[in-house]
Design a binder for this molecule. Sequence first.
Ligand code: GCU
Length: 600
Amino acid sequence: MDNSFKFKLVILFSLSIITTASELIINIENRNKTSLNGKWNIIIDPFENGYYDYRYKPHENGYFKNIKPKKKSDRVEYDFDISPTLQVPGDWNTQNDKLLFYEGTIWYKKSFDYNKNQDKRVFIYFGAANSNAIVYLNGEKIGEHTGGFTPFNFEITQKLKEKGNFVIVKVDNKRHAEGVPTLNFDWWNYGGLTRKVMLVTVPETFIQDYMIQLAKGSQEKIEGWIKLNGKELDQEVAIKIPELDIQRSFKTNKEGFAKVSFKGNFELWTPQNPKLYSIVISSKTDEVTDKIGFRNIEVNGREISLNGKPVFLRGISIHEDAPLRSGRAFNKEDAKILLNWAKELNCNFVRLAHYPHNENMVRVADSMGIMVWAEIPVYWTIQWENKETFINAKNQLSALITRDKNRASVILWSMANETPLSKLRLDFIKKLVQFTRMKDPTRLITAALEIHYKDKNTVIIDDPLGKELDVLGCNEYIGWYDGPPDKCDNIKWETIYNKPLIISEFGGGALYGFHGDTLTMWSEEYQENIYKHQVSMLKRISFLRGTTPWILKDFMSPRRHLPGIQDYFNLKGLISNRGSKKKAFYIMQNFYQEKMRAEQ
Ligand code: GCU
């Protein structure tokens, strides 16, 4: 191997240390943290003038340097401190009309002081930034992250000063063909620092990650692990569940990893009784508390079993659109409103489409007893042959599982939505499935497949991807994109798989308050009629074990242009953008009521 190649390898390795995010720290909300939320100064930079020079080469002295004129003859053509501001967390599109359709770069700057503690380490944590973020601290690049819906953190201990720190983030939401998602998708491409930004202070050796869940198939045996990060990796760690008088300790190996296993007489988490235990995970130098529920989820043939009992997943699909204002949802209140609407619909399940939603959603679902389908945006036709695209998808999946693997509410990981059949696509998703089984053997794996007709009136589920999945998801729009509503009445459903089916999307659009007869497009009566025919068809599918109609609430989409009706909203919500229930809402509510009664 010649020297120049060796030299390149060293550079690559050191660059990879600088640029990629450090391993994700979980359970941020129960850590010692300082919020950087609030107003940030911004510079809207469509030509990325703050990053590239006029030869379109990366600038050494880009805006990340936050340069100030020192003397009156100095020429500096930007100044964050007198620039407009945006609220963080929050998308930029709905905070400023000029930015509603904006796709490009916006520079964010936040100044802060910090009381350094010599024995502590500090990480800067982002709940999410859509979709590519380059992070600088005090003029130095500390890292980069791609993927608009997953958390990331960088260590900044050595780079912090007591006074006058400034963090600058170049956020860019431009779409890319090789991206995940790719160029085309049916939701608003909200840009910005869409979730919380925190400084997290931890001991030199700290508890970075852990998994504490029931072993597959068991209702009493916990199997998991604890991972330390720091210098003192070889030490004792412990798990305490005070309420059950459980206290167990384990030894880490020299990588700071300890397998944990112990038995207990647990009150199992169910939608009716979403029992969460207060858990204390400790090591010699660190202690983290968490609230974790224990439940078992499995498939047996065509049954989905929760704690050994067959369950029907009475669900609804949800986008991460804020409930009573436009823009991205991000806080606990948003989550409570959205999930309470789902509860009103008699749901015990939600599909969080089409990307990882904020952590508040799954933590509120944990406490409200709502089971969750979580998903990554492998959506429509991404570049299956592109290695970077695969790494991007896998990184998003890895971050999602890392963040939410201790949430009892999360029962399904979904790999993809409406992806076209091909060998490349199958291989791509199979690798994601294998990765998921390795990373979390306790949950079920699914994907939203497209329907396919065997003959005029027979839908058959025979997508080869079905073989890799535990639960089949299938999107169908019979009565909307596919024939009139009464087409449902003659449709038979078949499957080549002995597996449970979730109809992961169905429905149609209606403008709240617009009324007409059942044939009047966009009227509530038209939508209601679709639901009536759909529900009677659903009752005839013998292997159906769940439904998540599309969708809980009208949401913004750049693909919906009908003036006076859509005005950039997808109107398939059962609830309007301002929280009003459409007639179809009650069709679903009654169907689920019947299901609940049948289960009693
Ligand atoms: C698709 C897709 C959704 C989309 C919906 C629609 O099935 O998965 O993202 O919003 O159809 O057309 O409304």
